[in-house]
Design a binder for this molecule. Sequence first.
Ligand code: NAD
Ligand code: UDP
Ligand code: UDP
Length: 375
Amino acid sequence: QNHFGNGNYNRYSNGVGRVPVGIGSKRKRIVVTGGAGFVGSHLVDKLIARGDDVIVIDNFFTGRKENVVHLFGNPRFELIRHDVVEPILLEVDQIYHLACPASPALYVCYISCNGFGLAKWGFMVDCAQVQMFYCFWNWLRSLTCDYKTNVMGTLNMLGLAKRIGARFLLTSTSEVYGDPLEHPQKETYWGHVNPIGVRSCYDEGKRTAETLAMDYHRGAGVEVRIARIFNTYGPRMCLDDGRVVSNFVAQAIRKQPMTVYGDGKQTRSFQYVSDLVDGLVALMEGEHVGPFNLGNPGEFTMLELAEVVKETIDPSATIEFKPNTADDPHKRKPDITKAKELLNWEPKISLREGLPRMVNDFRNRILNEDEGKGN
Ligand code: NAD
Ligand code: UDP
Ligand code: UDP
């Protein structure tokens, strides 16, 4: 018995069964879960431009219809509001599995509740009780959602891939390396993750998703691809998701101080979204399972990042220090030798080139928000 109360999925498969749908034709049918999100929507644009038929599955947990609204009416594009935690029946050639509440709302909570008098808990001070409750509830909800989506959602998409013989790509993360003891991180590094910490729903969720993918690959012969994505930025990022690039850019535009957590000496490597999308497609189309690090090896401290944002947006921008979150990785930088050699891929856009490309998008959205509030 399966989740549809029936032992044979092929009954539901339009007679296609396990035969790849697009055989004999170059045009592919592709599912992108999380396709209304930041990375997903850019990926969908690329696939549609290439001439593929794309089905987006998204529950709009962190994504937005606005990210794909320009594709409405395009006969090659379809949008399904669906939670990947629930099973789904489709017939496609490839599945890009991105669906995941990618930035734990913990950080959103951390920021919007700033000043509520609970700073020692990492929550803050100048917002109403209702907002505080909402944030806390949202945070709790996101923790279970994160893990559940990563596990149940990935399982369902792998089950789908198995049934229809589709190729499956998992967007895993550099967070599988945790607070790394090896630097830069190679794919061979097993990681240093706190399994019960506040970030573990995400880190361990993705590690489990990788395990599931390899299980289905080895056990059921599913063609699997695994990308380990490093910090990525660009237009359409969620404005208030609490990630550092979106925070600094939005804060500089709003003339608010940029919030540097801890001493700001922790490092990250920032990749522009089009580089990532090129890497994901190269991985999907290539012959190697991975995992592959997809990231830009340029490494910056958060203080250096604030400096670049300041140069790009507003030379008078200021910073303010805030307590850091628990288990924050001290440094992160990808070793991309494997992707260079086997996928013939490497990022092209530096932080100083990429940052200005997201600023207009952020300015317009912040302006629209302000107009919406009657400011
Ligand atoms: P995002 O939040 O913008 O996109 C995720 C999308 O998934 C959203 O549209 C959201 O609504 C959707 N989603 C969440 N839960 C869902 C569910 N249960 N069912 C259906 N849809 C659901 O995040 P993103 O930055 O675009 O990230 C995309 C993927 O890349 C994620 O898997 C993320 O873990 C991975 N990743 C991103 C980064 C980064 O820096 N952006 C880094 C590492 C890994
Ligand atoms: N699944 C799905 N769509 C499909 C096939 C499977 O959503 O077309 C889901 C199904 O609900 C199941 C999961 O994928 O929970 C794993 O499927 P699989 O066949 O591997 O496992 P089983 O159902 O036999 O436990
Ligand atoms: N960070 C910061 N200010 C912010 C948001 C984040 O200094 O307003 C820091 C955070 O502590 C972390 C780094 O920026 O060290 C990257 O955080 P992000 O959430 O963007 O990504 P991740 O930690 O998942 O790599």
